[in-house]
Design a protein around this ligand. Structure first.
Ligand code: ADP
Length: 428
């Protein structure tokens, strides 16, 4: 066996990936599996994820397996399963990250503080309350417990009930600042269903189950560590954890995440903070972004037209690119209309105007976070398809007024591997 390696696995919306790194962060192996296709009418997500997990473990080159010291997994935020802790069977769900349970909203809003992040139909707490109302209102089911996607996948590997991390539990109402569930939540009849042991991401939970360990040939002292959400894992991949550093993700949407000394929340703009050790990771997401570019140009056209853009001269075109009406951050206006006119004759000028306008939206986003009390942005790393575009990077640098560069690593699986590394090297 060679030097120790650390395994991270990401469960995203369309598939799962793994990354295997060493202590220096160098990647020794990586791979991807799309979720196995649905059998029959409805997708059995839980078994698709389980299958993908064990397929990925089997994809790891055997030569590396006995060197794997630790494993961590991230999953989509607020993806929820209800499990029977007597036998580990799935009682309900998975309720996916984007599924909404507006039926639970009046009850959740009546117990939570105004504008709390649980007050959204897709929050984990709404999923839990909706299930509870339908199944337990006439007498409780004492053995039913709630697990997030990454809790459940990690549990398949370690077998201990009730363990979670403080990133995944944010949307069920856990308060990472006081390190417990608030009293308005603990007084609810379903509070015994909440994960009982909420820890920092990337701390050891326990040894990998012996049958899994021996089947795949992992190291004798291989430990399973707490995970996080997919977007936090993607942020961690960039390895920028100083206050004032930020990651802008230019994928289908435009999302920003800023390391701040101060925790800020504002439900009107969908702004909230995750705990990041002793600091906060403040985030906001605009509906503008690459999906609008894709409606207008192919990726090849984007490359060709960008060549004709002079990023040092500001475009006078003032657009607000949106795929459909409605914006939340940095402007909260559910009726806002997309603005992509006037369209000049030159497509390069048009693209310049769009990229410049998106850079202004990004700049307003960082400005809004500062106004809400967050640490001002000092440097921006870029992830997503838009990170490839050097002209856009130069435009953004001018508009944002801070250095902008491409993040070296942006895969959530890499961020999860960093959590595994942390769990193996810092101890519990
Ligand atoms: P997601 O994973 O959110 O779907 P990606 O990170 O894969 O998105 O990024 C895809 C987006 O990047 C597309 O919407 C596309 O328009 C945009 N994109 C691709 N190439 C370029 C480019 N050269 N310049 C600007 N945007 C680009």
């Amino acid at each position: 066996t060679g030097r120790p390696l650390y395994l991270g696995i990401d469960f995203g919306t369309s598939g799962a990936r793994y990354a295997l790194i060493d202590k220096q962060g160098a990647i020794h192996a990586e791979g991807k599996r799309t979720y196995p296709a649905a059998v029959g009418q409805t997708t059995n997500w839980a078994s698709s994820w389980r299958e993908a997990l064990f397929q990925l473990l089997g994809d790891i080159p055997p030569v590396h397996r006995s060197s794997i010291s630790s494993i961590s997994i991230d999953g989509t935020s607020s993806t929820t399963l209800i499990i029977d802790r007597n036998n580990g069977e799935l009682l309900a769900g998975p309720f996916l990250y984007n599924e909404s349970f507006p039926d639970a909203l009046p009850m959740v809003s009546s117990i939570a503080p105004a504008n709390h992040t649980v007050c959204s139909g897709s929050s984990t707490l709404c999923k839990l309350v909706s299930w509870w109302n339908k199944n337990c209102s006439n007498g409780s089911n004492d053995s039913a417990i709630l697990m997030h996607q990454s809790d459940w996948l990690l549990w398949l590997l370690h077998g201990e009930y009730g363990v979670c991390d403080y990133n995944n539990t944010l949307k069920v109402g856990y308060d990472p600042e006081i390190g417990s569930y608030p009293s308005w939540l603990m007084s609810q009849p379903y509070s015994h269903m909440l994960p009982s042991s909420v820890r920092a991401p990337g701390v050891p939970i326990g040894p990998i189950k012996e049958d899994v360990r021996s089947q795949y040939g992992f190291s004798n002292d291989c430990v399973v560590c707490t995970g996080t959400t997919d977007s936090i894992a993607a942020f961690l991949a960039a390895r920028t954890t100083d206050a004032g550093k930020a990651v802008t993700s230019l994928g289908s949407t435009l999302a920003i995440k800023l390391v701040s000394r101060v925790r800020v929340e504002d439900a009107r703009f969908g702004v909230y903070s995750h705990r990041l050790d002793d600091q906060w990771l403040v985030g906001g997401a605009s509906n503008s972004g690459g999906v609008v570019l894709r409606q207008l140009f192919s990726d090849d056209q984007l490359v060709t037209l960008s060549k004709d853009i002079d990023p040092s001269s500001p475009s006078p075109l003032d657009y607000y690119p949106l795929p459909k009406s409605g914006e939340r951050f940095p402007v909260s206006d559910p009726d806002m209309e997309p603005r992509l006119e006037p369209r000049p004759d030159s497509d390069a000028e048009y693209l310049h105007g769009i990229l410049e306008s998106m850079a202004r939206i990004e700049a307003s986003g960082y400005k809004l976070l500062k106004e809400l009390g967050a640490t001002p942005v000092e440097e921006v790393f870029t992830a997503g398809g838009g990170a490839q575009n050097e002209k856009w990077t130069a435009i953004r640098e001018r508009v944002l007024g801070v250095p902008v560069r491409k993040a070296e690593q942006t895969e959530a699986a890499y961020g999860a591997a960093l959590l595994a590394l942390r769990g193996a090297t810092t101890g519990s």
